[in-house]
Every structure is written in structure tokens, then in C-alpha cells.
Design a protein around this ligand. Structure first.
Ligand code: HEM
Length: 361
């Protein structure tokens, strides 16, 4: 007697063309989080937030929620984001002592700058940064998992953000979901972009690192060492992916990091090369008066139907931080990374300014 092999329920795609095709195909959906009540006594919590954000929704709900996010992000001025990130980072680095960028800058500066630009009063900024970090730690956990110990803290954090945004009245739920979604998405991914870019830059000879525009360094970091390593899609119907049939319900693991090193698209893919030519329709940052197109074909910000809408903001914030850190070097060559199945974020990255350190001797 023979039995058919079990249908493959999960498939990993690593080729650039295969990953792009799935990201552009409406038959592949994001794993959705179920809608959950806003809560009456307890207030809004993580289950409500996951069920209300753009990131975990599909179809008409996604289009509506994404439009709201785009409205918030379109109102941000990248030049101002960049300047504020640069000034706040300079203040953190002043003094000459080694600074752990991951602990004091990589999340605090981008999330703090964004939060104030999105309506959080300045005096509640640090409280909201801490709340966003707690939410981010719980955001990607499946909505149905047994409540982890972090659950209570994350639930309370949603209420902290609501209070900071609402003043005397609770904020309208759609606005709370959009702002929370933006801040949470920005938190760990931008920290990873900052950390991975600084890791690459500080390993280059100092004079070479200073020669590259920060835009080129960031674009190559997004290709070579992207902070978001993978994303998932679920087949809504029987379809083809990566040249093979996948049944409805199958989960596709889209390996963005592997696709970014596909030799069919990137010659000498394992080399960190900020001079790499970039084409296509990737992100861009406003630098001075003009627009500089960067990011071409890498998939670090996703692609297709729902690419990262925060690209311009993330690049502006990270550029400001890198500018402020220019000339700094690693104080400790050992770089531990945070444990995560889909993000690559240094756990600690200590910088010092060789000029100041010399002067102190
Ligand atoms: C200011 C910073 C950022 C903001 C505000 C932001 C915001 C968002 C939002 C709201 C989404 C969900 C879009 C949707 O489902 O329609 C998203 C998706 C995404 N973001 Fe960002 N993001 C930021 C930084 C980053 C960074 C630094 C990276 C990594 C390089 C990144 C990578 C992605 C990717 C890959 C997706 C798509 C995931 C998928 O297709 O499943 N984001 N972002």
C-alpha cells in the first residue's frame, strides 16, 4: 500500500524573483489577527491593537487602515525628522564616554521623534517610548498564544499611548490604531537599520567610511544586512509559488535577506558595497533640496502590494543618527544580537569618539 506524501503546508522562498512575485500577488494574504473588543474596564490592549492595525489585515480593511497610516506619514517632513534625530543623537554622544547606541539611541531617538511629530506631548515622550518598546516586544506574537508574562505590560502600554494622545478624551480608535501601528512598526526595525548600518560602517577603514554618503550606506545595509529578515503570506486559494503548486492555506516564508543576496540580481552579493548601482522604484530620501533615489531592488522594505509605508521616515531618522555618529568607532568589537526569529538587531553596540578619547588621555 502506498500513501501520498503529506501536502507541504509551509514553504520557504529565497529567490528574489519568487519572493517579489508572491509579494505582488493578491492571492497571497498576510496572516490576519482577529478583531478583538476595545475593552471597557480594561481599556484597549494588545489583542485589540493587533486586530485593528494595517499590518495584520487584508482586503478592504487593509486598504482603509493603510490609507490612514499613509495620511499620518505624508504629513511628516523628512528633513525635519532627520535634523531632530541628528540633534538628539549628538546630545546623547556628547561627553566623550563610550555610549551603547542600542540602549540609548537606536529606539529612543526614532520613536521619540516620531511620537512628538504624531501628537504626543513633549513631556510624555519618554513614557511613550517605553510603552512603544513594550508593545513592540509583544506585537508579533500570535494573537491566540497564551498570554506571555509581557502581556500585561504590553496591554498597559497601549493604554499609556491612548492617554498621551487623547488628552482629556480617549482618542478615536482608528487614530489610536494608526499611530500605535506606525510607532510599533518603526521601533525595532529602525533600531535594526541603525545598528546594522553602524556595525557595517565601523568595520570599514575610518577614512573610507566617511567618504560614502549616508544614503548609500543605508541602502546597502538594507540589502546586505536587512533588519527585517522575513515575512509570511498565506495562500488564499490553490496557486503557484516558486515554480511549484501550493495548496490553499499553505504558509509561505519569504526570506527577504536571502533574496537580497540572490546572485541573479546582485553581482558579488556577499560583498558590502555602497557603490552598488541601484535602479527601480525603491525608497528615496530628500537630501537638501533634491530627491536622491536609493534602495532600488533590495527587498529590505518589502515590495508589491504592501511595502513598508515608513521608508522615507525610517531613512530620514537613520540618516540623522548616522550623521551624528560619523567618525565614531566601535568601543567593543563584540556585537551580540537580540534573539528573534525574523529581526536582526544588535543587542549592544558601544561607540566612542577616537578624537575625544585621545584628548582625554
Ligand atoms: C519610521 C519607521 C517605519 C515605519 C513608520 C514603518 C511602518 C510600517 C507599517 C505601518 C507597515 C505595515 C504596512 C501594511 O501592512 O500595509 C510596515 C511594513 C513593513 N515594514 Fe516598515 N516601518 C518603518 C521602518 C521599517 C524599517 C527600518 C524596515 C526594515 C528595513 C521596515 C520593513 C518593513 C517591511 C519589510 C514591511 C512589510 C512586511 C510585509 O510585507 O509583510 N520598516 N512598516
Amino acid at each position: 500500500m502506498t500513501t501520498d506524501p503529506p501536502a507541504v503546508r509551509e514553504r520557504r522562498l529565497t529567490r528574489h524573483a519568487d519572493v517579489r512575485a508572491v509579494l505582488a500577488d493578491p492571492r497571497f494574504l498576510v496572516p490576519a489577527a482577529p478583531a478583538a473588543p476595545l475593552g471597557t474596564d480594561s481599556g484597549p490592549g494588545m489583542a485589540w491593537l493587533r486586530g485593528a492595525v494595517s499590518r495584520f489585515s487584508n482586503g478592504a480593511a487593509h486598504a482603509r487602515r493603510r490609507a490612514r497610516v499613509l495620511g499620518l506619514l505624508d504629513a511628516l517632513d523628512p528633513v525635519r525628522l532627520r535634523r531632530e534625530a541628528r540633534e538628539r543623537t549628538r546630545a546623547e554622544l556628547a561627553g566623550g564616554a563610550p555610549v551603547d547606541v542600542m540602549a540609548t539611541i537606536a529606539r529612543r531617538v526614532p520613536v521619540g521623534v516620531l511620537a512628538t511629530r504624531l501628537g504626543v506631548p513633549e513631556e510624555r515622550r519618554e513614557e511613550v517610548v517605553a510603552a512603544v518598546r513594550a508593545m513592540a516586544a509583544a506585537y508579533h506574537l500570535p494573537a491566540v498564544s497564551a498570554a506571555p508574562p509581557a502581556g500585561d505590560a504590553a496591554d498597559a502600554a497601549v493604554a499609556v499611548l491612548a492617554a498621551a494622545l487623547g488628552g482629556r478624551d480617549a482618542p478615536e480608535p482608528g487614530l489610536l490604531a494608526a499611530v500605535a501601528g506606525v510607532l510599533v512598526q518603526a521601533c525595532d526595525a529602525t533600531a535594526g537599520l541603525v545598528g546594522n548600518a553602524l556595525a557595517a560602517v565601523t568595520r570599514m577603514p575610518a577614512d573610507l567610511a566617511l567618504r560614502w554618503p549616508v544614503e548609500a550606506l543605508l541602502a546597502e545595509t538594507l540589502r546586505w544586512d536587512p533588519p527585517v529578515r522575513l515575512t509570511r503570506r498565506v495562500a488564499a486559494e490553490d496557486a503557484m509559488a516558486g515554480g511549484v503548486p501550493v495548496p490553499a492555506g499553505a504558509v509561505l516564508v519569504l526570506d527577504l535577506a536571502a533574496a537580497n543576496r540572490d546572485p541573479e540580481v546582485f553581482p558579488d552579493p556577499h560583498r558590502f558595497d555602497p557603490a552598488r548601482p541601484r535602479q527601480g522604484s525603491g525608497g528615496h530620501v530628500r537630501s537638501g533640496g533634491g530627491h536622491l533615489r536609493i534602495g532600488g531592488e533590495h527587498l529590505g522594505f518589502g515590495d508589491g502590494i504592501r511595502p513598508c509605508p515608513g521608508q522615507d521616515a525610517a531613512l530620514a531618522l537613520a540618516a540623522g543618527i548616522l550623521e551624528a555618529a560619523a567618525g565614531h568607532r566601535l568601543a567593543d568589537p563584540e556585537l551580540p544580537y537580540e534573539p528573534s526569529p525574523n529581526l536582526r538587531v544588535p543587542a549592544r553596540l558601544c561607540l566612542h569618539d577616537p578624537d575625544t578619547t585621545e584628548g582625554h588621555r
